[in-house]
Write a protein that binds this ligand. Structure first.
Ligand code: HEM
Length: 461
């Protein structure tokens, strides 16, 4: 029997799909609490939905060619959605995620070399080291002890991103940057002033706590930047961690470098974009595996054959085919970046649909990945969806956990290598089982987290 048919009965958790649209106040409240809880049943059956929200023209783009139009063919006419930007700018400033136009292009050109395979191989050594250490810790836990696997994944990816970014300054204040970022992140959620585009002086809920967390983070990052610049001024190395690479980055076209503010904004961006996303992808992978013993057995067979007991490394990535399929399927069912949006700059048209300037395009991996028109059995966990050769038969732009077009995730390679190394290294040593009776639901904040937590027990292999 194939793994697919073994587990066809397992439909992992998802929020209620409403029959009708929620009334406005309930809609805004649900948006704040759990954005994916606002969707109606027919959202997963229709390909283009035109509507208004707070008088604003909106289009839910569940149509692969419309997504291609917005994210690729006519991308110049679509800027990152201003609501999301207003929410993120206080923390991320003008980094890669929040900048636009020529400024974004320059930054992207300067960042691209940092994420090339040669660099990733170096970062992967850090991933292997920390994953192996966590595997050792988890297999030694007393039998039956519960751990929150979502938290464990978050701490692990935080350690990895911190070492990747500031490895040359391995000091205790580095993880404090991540803790401050996590505190800031909790305060970033849709609110009425941001939805309406009111000026910054209009009070936002949670803004004071967000500001305090940011001030703490900035103090540490700025000290680290200064320390590194001073060291270089005295003839020392800038370092080959992300901070050193950012400080050394030079734009080939203009010859310009990044100033301290820009380096700080990129660091904050990498922290925000680069650790919780991978952590939640892994948390959901453990949740799914815990319910699908046949998939888990197949995964273990691959790990035993390829690794034979040692931790996974960069060079194993290509050979860990099934491990990647499991992660890709987890990213389909629970895309950490669940929703993205663009706003039309000028009037536009797609097929017979007029798109007035100012229209907000909602592009939701959460919806596309579970859409009735594009997937068979869309709510079931089945890694065979990503078997080699399957991608060719899939309609393009129906699977977009990392986005699409020129603004596709710059950290995609980093994230996939990290997820594969962590899953392979841990799963080789242990099985994780959801505590019986634990109710886990996906809640969409900035990322799609398992809520309230992911209580699991470890079974050493
Ligand atoms: C599983 C993990 C990850 C997922 C699911 C993910 C997802 C995404 C998505 C969907 C976008 C595009 C957003 C849009 O078009 O509006 C994006 C952009 C971005 N991601 Fe990731 N990401 C992940 C990991 C990472 C990592 C590890 C880093 C860096 C270390 C990173 C850095 C960024 C940056 C800087 C952008 C903005 C790119 C630009 O606008 O040019 N991400 N990510």
């Amino acid at each position: 029997m194939s793994a697919a048919s073994d587990i066809a009965g397992f439909i992992p958790a998802y929020p209620t799909r409403h029959e009708a649209r929620l009334p406005l106040l309930q809609l805004v409240r649900t948006l704040r609490e759990n954005a994916i809880g606002t969707y109606t049943k027919d959202t997963f059956e229709r390909d283009i939905i035109v509507y208004r929200l707070l008088f604003k023209p909106m289009i839910m783009a569940n149509h692969p060619e419309l997504i291609r139009h917005v994210m690729l063919d006519n991308a110049a006419n679509y800027e990152r959605d201003p609501v999301g930007k207003r929410m993120l700018e206080p923390g991320l400033g003008n980094g890669l995620l929040t900048s636009e136009g020529a400024d974004w292009k320059r930054q992207r050109r300067m960042m691209a070399p940092i994420f090339q395979p040669r660099r990733l191989a170096g970062f992967a050594e850090i991933m292997t080291e920390y994953s192996a250490a966590l595997a050792d810790k988890l297999v030694r836990l007393p039998a039956g002890q519960t751990v929150d696997m979502a938290e464990q994944m978050m701490l692990l990816t935080l350690d990895i991103i911190a070492r990747t970014m500031f490895g040359a300054d391995a000091s205790t204040d580095v993880s404090a940057v991540g803790t401050a970022m996590d505190r800031y992140q909790v305060t970033v959620r849709p609110n009425i002033p941001d939805l309406l585009g009111l000026p910054r002086w209009v009070p936002r809920p949670d803004a004071a706590e967000g500001q305090r967390a940011l001030a703490e983070m900035d103090a540490i990052i700025n000290t680290l930047i200064q320390r590194r610049r001073d060291r270089a001024a005295q003839g020392g190395e800038l370092g080959s961690d992300l901070l050193g690479l950012l400080l050394a980055a030079r734009d080939d076209e203009s010859g310009s470098t990044l100033d301290d503010r820009e380096v700080r904004d990129q660091m904050a961006t990498f922290f925000l974009a680069g650790h919780e996303t991978t952590a939640t992808a892994l948390a959901w992978t453990w949740y799914l595996l815990s319910h699908a013993p046949a998939v888990e057995a197949k995964l273990h067979a691959e790990l035993d054959a390829v690794l034979g007991g040692r931790p996974a490394q960069y060079a194993d990535y290509d050979k860990l085919v099934y491990t990647r399929m499991v992660i890709e399927e987890a990213l389909r069912l629970y895309p950490p970046a669940h929703t993205t949006a663009r706003q039309a700059i000028a009037d536009d048209r797609f097929e017979r649909i007029d798109i007035p300037a100012g229209t907000m395009m909602i592009i939701s991996p959460w919806i596309m990945h579970r859409h009735r028109l594009y997937w068979q059995n869309p709510d079931a966990f089945d890694p065979e969806n990503f078997a080699p050769g399957k991608a060719a038969s899939r309609r393009r732009y129906t699977y977009l956990p990392f986005g699409a077009g020129p603004r596709i995730c710059i950290g995609q390679g980093f994230a996939m290598i990290e997820a594969v190394i962590i899953l392979a290294t841990l799963a080789q040593k242990l099985r994780a089982r959801l505590v019986p009776g634990a109710k886990v639901a996906p809640v969409a904040k900035i990322t799609l987290r398992p809520s309230p937590d992911l209580p699991m027990t470890m079974l050493p292999r």
